[in-house]
Design a binder for this molecule. Structure first.
Ligand SMILES: Cc1cc2nc3c(=O)[nH]c(=O)nc-3n(C[C@H](O)[C@H](O)[C@H](O)COP(=O)(O)O)c2cc1C
Ligand code: SF4
Ligand code: FES
Length: 625
């Protein structure tokens, strides 16, 4: 092992933070003198210590939360305890936006300036923040606190949004939405320990249809206590698992195939095909992962499901694990979702306590348990193979495919990855059968779909409608266009999606119909912009997002996302190289190169929304060249 250690040592608090994840070293063989000598310290030496590499991310979280940044001494200690080369650990620590390897005040406000919030006061809020607290990243007014701009925080239905993180002995993460300058200032002053109650109560407002008899996936929202297993069971919870265990794994997989359920995480891959592949793999162990990273700007449906119906996610994961022979499940949960984390943690503990998780499930000889892994502010970690690397303690960089996750996934083992929304569909599939499920929606897009409505819409929130509902019908269900009432554009599918014009609202929302117009349902984003919004600024924000979130591993995306942003700035500033037509041609070529040659979906879709806006809305036609 090539350990090039600096002589920096951890202080007591940093050491405790690391030990809180790894337990205190058994030998006690640790001292400042030992660190300074630079000798490698290996408490559980060799393979045993290296087998814990997957704990690197939780360890970094613990240091960040206790101290507010990851110092060289703390990183050295983590490396020695895990036997991870410091260069690699540094590479991991610097990968995530929520970690800092530079000294930083312990209390930080992350203020969303992404597209839904942009359309609803984020610019004014950020200007007020700068006036009161100084430039982003500075600690001019108070050395204990600072603030930053943030990409979408997944609370777009209640803009503008912010999150306050406070490091210390009792660290906290507080989501605030909608929020004003005074509430942020108060939360910063209180070191984040405010507003929990209002945060919980507002999540119900995120589902305007709550209580409607027509709901399937969202039927329990506002009808159960999301913190109480008995309440969930009283509303029919765990009947699907009972049914699935009675049917047996092979039949459950057959029902999922018959349901024609397509993945809701963006790629629309048939769930049954994946389930079959993992179930028939010969290798053990196998893993199942619930992808709850949800960082696509404009997306918040998975957060709402986890906050309002967390036991449904646990039950669905258990069915998936039992049907495909996976003994262990992970939820990879977005780091910016404190309430979802709290509720999922509680749901898992209660399920375990009731014999619904563990070495046997509901008395059957089916072992299945769930562990939560928190992301740390990296959109790319939602890509399934980047997610594997993140859990394993490496930089969240996507892997080449093939091999596919169903063959070589987490820890090199067959792995089933499904989105939160995909999984909760499985409850009804187990209860009613795949054919009954397939009868809902359209031939190729079966079931119902969750959509995230935000921007200039009268009643923003998560909506559930059968596939085939038109965009116009969905917008009207959400109360119609708000703002000044004059619709300029709808962003469908997220920052990686497509802009549609008001003339295209008759579009049926199905995978097949959107494909025919060159659009995608993506992660279910439907974001409305009235004609007061400067769409050029919206495009610049999207371009900045992809430039920032590119993992930088492959050239087309690393360079392409930068060139795309530069080019847009030239167009917006009317400083084109050659004519506007030349620049737009170049924009399309950059987009094509990213689509053709990028390793993963981030690069392949980084130009979609921008190109669609330029083509459909003729945004730059008035320019002078
Ligand atoms: C850049 C990028 C980000 C992604 N983020 C997510 C995400 O946050 N949640 C998710 O479920 N899928 C996300 N995906 C898709 C996953 O790679 C994967 O297809 C999905 O989790 C599989 O689940 P499904 O089949 O149920 O949709 C992302 C893909 C890319 C390329
Ligand atoms: S396409 Fe972008 S995000 Fe994906 S691997 Fe390449 S550089 Fe990383
Ligand atoms: S929370 Fe601000 S854009 Fe989503």
């Amino acid at each position: 092992m090539d350990l090039h250690l600096t002589s920096d040592t951890p202080n007591a608090a940093e050491q405790l933070a690391v030990d809180s994840v790894l337990d205190a070293p058994e030998s006690g063989f640790i001292s400042d003198a030992h660190f300074i000598s630079g000798e490698a310290y290996a408490p559980a030496a060799g393979h045993a210590a290296r087998a814990n590499r997957h704990l690197l991310l939780p360890v970094l979280h613990a240091i960040q939360e206790r101290i507010g940044w990851i110092s060289p001494g703390a990183l050295n200690y983590a490396c020695q305890r895990l036997t991870v080369p410091p260069t690699e650990a540094y590479g991991v620590a610097t990968f995530y936006a929520l970690f800092s390897v530079q000294p930083k005040p312990p209390v930080v406000a992350h203020v969303c300036d992404d597209i839904a919030c942009m359309a609803n006061g984020a610019e004014t809020l950020c200007a007020e923040m700068a006036e009161r607290f100084g430039a982003p990243g500075s600690a001019e007014q108070d050395s204990n606190l600072t603030w930053h701009h943030s990409p979408c925080l997944g609370m777009c239905e209640r803009p503008p949004a912010a999150m306050v993180t406070a490091a210390g002995v009792t660290p906290s993460t507080t989501a605030l939405a909608p929020v004003g300058i005074d509430e942020i200032a108060q939360t910063l002053a209180d070191r984040g320990h405010t507003n929990k109650a209002s945060e919980a109560s507002t999540s119900v407002r995120s589902v305007p249809q709550a209580g409607s008899e027509e709901l399937r996936l969202l039927r329990r929202v506002d009808r159960i206590d999301p913190d109480d297993l008995a309440s969930y069971c009283g509303a029919g919870g765990y009947r699907a698992l009972e049914r699935a265990l009675d049917m047996g794994p092979a039949q459950v997989v057959r029902e999922v195939v018959a349901s024609k359920l397509l993945g809701r995480g963006g790629a629309a891959f048939p769930a049954g095909v994946k389930w079959q592949a993992v179930a028939s793999a010969e290798t053990q162990p196998r893993y199942m992962i619930c992808n709850a990273d949800e960082s696509e700007p404009g997306t918040f449906k998975d957060r709402v499901v986890m906050e309002e119906d967390p036991f449904a996610v646990v039950e669905a994961m258990t069915i998936a694990g039992a049907a495909t022979g996976c003994g262990k499940g992970y939820i990879y949960l977005r780091g910016e979702y404190p309430l979802a984390l709290e509720r999922m943690t509680n749901a898992i503990a209660q399920a375990r306590g009731a014999g619904l998780l563990g070495s046997s499930v509901l008395g059957h000889e089916v072992p299945f348990d769930i562990e939560i892994r928190r992301g740390a502010g990296a959109y790319i970690c939602g890509e399934e193979t980047a997610l594997f690397n993140s859990i394993e303690g490496f930089r969240g960089e996507p892997r080449n495919k093939p091999p596919f996750p169903t063959e070589v996934g987490l820890f090199g083992k067959p792995t089933l990855v499904n989105n939160v929304e995909t999984l909760i569909n499985v409850l009804d599939i187990a209860l009613e059968g795949g054919d009954a499920f397939a009868a809902i929606g359209t031939e190729q897009s079966t079931g119902t779909k969750l959509f995230c409505l935000s921007g200039h819409v009268a009643r923003p929130g998560v909506y559930e409608v059968p596939f085939g509902t038109t965009l116009e019908e969905l917008i009207s269900l959400a109360g119609g266009v708000a703002g000044n009432g004059r619709l300029q554009a709808v962003l469908l599918g997220g920052a990686a999606g497509t802009f549609l014009t008001p003339q295209e609202l008759a579009l049926p929302l199905t995978f097949e119909a959107t494909r025919t117009v060159g659009a995608t349902l993506g992660s279910g984003v439907v974001m409305l912009f009235d004609d007061s919004v400067n769409m050029q600024n919206v495009l610049l924000r999207i371009a900045a997002f992809f430039r920032d979130e590119s993992c930088g591993q492959c050239v087309p995306c690393r360079v392409g996302t930068v060139r795309q942003e530069e080019l847009l700035h030239r167009l917006v500033a009317d400083k084109t190289i050659g004519s506007v037509a030349n620049e737009i041609h170049l924009l399309n070529e950059v987009g094509q190169a990213m689509r053709d040659a990028s390793i993963c979906g981030l690069g392949q879709t980084a130009s979609s929304a921008i190109e669609s806006a330029v083509a459909r809305m003729e945004l730059f036609n008035g320019k002078s060249h």
